[in-house]
Design a protein around this ligand. Structure first.
Ligand code: ZN
Length: 498
């Protein structure tokens, strides 16, 4: 280890320990903790978060970073850590402690107001808080802005480095041009029969199958656990303790199946990070978008395909013989791919999902780059839903109040979901050249697909960024055309459109 870098070690270890504790507390609050624990436990979380922050953002670490400036003898892990630390410094140095505290108080009040507003279906309860959040975010963006950047670019960079408005404008305008008309065509086709997915499915039996399914795709129960929570998610303490959740609905078989595969994709990423990187600040995924690419790849490209279900559909049928009587393999998979424009993003099908993100992207851009009357947002939201998805929310809960992100102060996050899909399509395109995917799935050899992802993506943790990974793997810069071509080919096929 480089001698100067070695001086960072105690600070990094402290940060890692606080992070691990915080992750565990967060997991506990989402899964097992009693309902009334939140307000009390949050106090401890606040103190620990502050400690985590100051364990790496402090004058001593800053001095070591200065000494490391121009240092040649750093290995790839050390370089990645230094790069990440520098970024953290750049982001936080300009914001005063006072501002930070004010902002964190504001978001906790905003979250509360958002919950209340959502319950009451009334945006006006939450609007004054969102207005203040926007003011803060603009101020922060102004402070971190570099030449040539828009304010929104600065916020986007927090979630997906180098994917600015210019890249995203091009991406979303292509989507708009191709996917909106495709959706209109699909809506004229005959509806896909999927009523059998909503029969009664015993939750315990669902759990039994889903646990088996997770293991089938490569989730290792010696290094991971599955619990239940309101909304499925993945978290990891390190590569030997990866946790996912799912939610079983008695009258919806596909929901848990697809969310197990989705979170399983996230989990495989975390389990595949190299030992050298895990338990460090570069121990997670490369970016939000790259993480999402792995979950979407498993959910959509694998989990909604005939070759994947071919060897295992019989097992599912064996558990639910009555409900799936007369439902053949093709019919089952077709139902998993049904397209229907609806209001809620998290329940959206594969095709319309990106349109939900497009609405949010356009609104965020306006919120940050232009002067906007926050009270107008629900109206703008509804107009965009009408234009892109052909439907209009009947109230704010079904519309603008559905997502938690803005209330948490996360503006610029949404595009990474759509980018994840696009990364997945570009990776898939390359993988098809390198591996006989369908054959492997039919022969129950998913592990070869996981190994491929591990080799090209997972092992690196966040030591490489998303752009670098895509380029190293596909020998090409980010190219949204693969995603659009994939969607068009797939859904024209599903709906028999020429
Ligand atoms: Zn995800």
């Amino acid at each position: 280890m480089n001698q100067i870098f070695e001086k960072l070690q105690p600070y990094l270890e402290k940060e890692m320990a606080f992070s691990t504790a915080l992750t565990l507390m967060d997991w506990d609050m989402e899964t097992l903790a009693p309902k009334e624990a939140v307000d009390y436990t949050s106090k401890a979380v606040g103190v620990l978060s502050q400690e985590r922050f100051s364990s790496i953002i402090n004058p001593e670490v800053k001095k070591i970073l200065e000494q490391l400036e121009g240092e040649k003898g750093l290995n790839c892990f050390e370089c990645a850590v230094v790069k990440k630390l520098k970024k953290e410094y750049k982001k936080t140095e300009k914001i005063s402690k006072e501002e930070m505290r004010e902002f964190s108080e504001l978001t906790s009040k905003a979250l509360h107001a958002w919950q209340k507003a959502k319950k009451a279906k009334d945006f006006s309860i939450y609007a004054p808080y969102l207005e203040k959040i926007i003011v803060f975010k603009k101020k922060f963006a102004e402070q971190g802005k570099e030449e040539g950047q828009t304010l929104y670019d600065v916020l986007l960079d927090d979630y997906e480095e180098e994917f600015d408005e210019k890249v995203l404008d091009e991406f979303f305008s292509k989507l708009k041009e191709k996917i909106v008309p495709l959706l209109k065509k699909i809506e004229k086709q005959e509806d896909i029969e999927d009523s059998f997915l909503f029969f009664d499915y015993d939750e315990e039996k669902q759990e039994e199958f889903n646990r088996w399914l997770a293991e089938y795709i490569g989730f290792c129960f010696d290094r991971g656990v599955i619990a239940q929570s309101e909304h499925p998610f993945t978290t990891a303490l390190h590569n030997h303790d990866v946790r996912i959740t799912t939610h079983y609905y008695k009258n919806n078989l596909a929901s848990a199946l697809l969310s197990t595969i989705h979170e399983g994709g996230h989990a495989l990423y975390e389990m595949g990070v190299d030992d050298e990187f895990t338990q460090s600040i570069v121990g997670g995924g490369a970016s939000c978008g790259m993480h999402e690419s792995q979950s979407r790849f498993f959910e959509n490209m694998i989990g909604r395909s005939v070759p994947f279900w071919k060897p295992i559909y019989g097992k599912l049928k064996g558990i639910f013989p009555k409900q799936l009587e007369n439902v053949g393999l093709e019919k089952f998979v077709k139902a998993l791919n049904k397209v229907k424009a609806d209001f809620i993003r998290t329940e959206a099908d594969e095709l319309t999902y990106c349109l939900h993100i497009m609405v949010r992207y356009e609104l965020e851009k306006q919120m940050i780059n232009e002067e906007i009357d926050v009270k107008e947002l629900p109206k703008l939201w509804n107009e965009k839903y009408k234009e892109y998805l052909g439907i209009e929310p009947k109230d704010d809960t079904e519309g603008i109040l559905q997502d938690i992100h803005w209330a948490m102060g996360s503006i610029g996050y949404f595009p990474s979901y759509a980018l994840g899909n696009a990364f997945a399509a570009q990776i898939y395109h390359q993988m098809k050249k390198d591996l006989p995917i369908e054959e492997l799935l039919e022969k129950e050899e998913i592990s070869k697909i996981v190994d491929y992802l591990r080799e090209h993506i997972h092992q690196y943790g966040a030591s490489k960024d998303a752009r670098e990974m895509l380029k190293d793997l596909t020998k090409e810069e980010f190219n949204p055309d693969y995603y659009i071509a994939y969607l068009e080919e797939k859904f024209k096929g599903v709906y028999g459109i020429d």
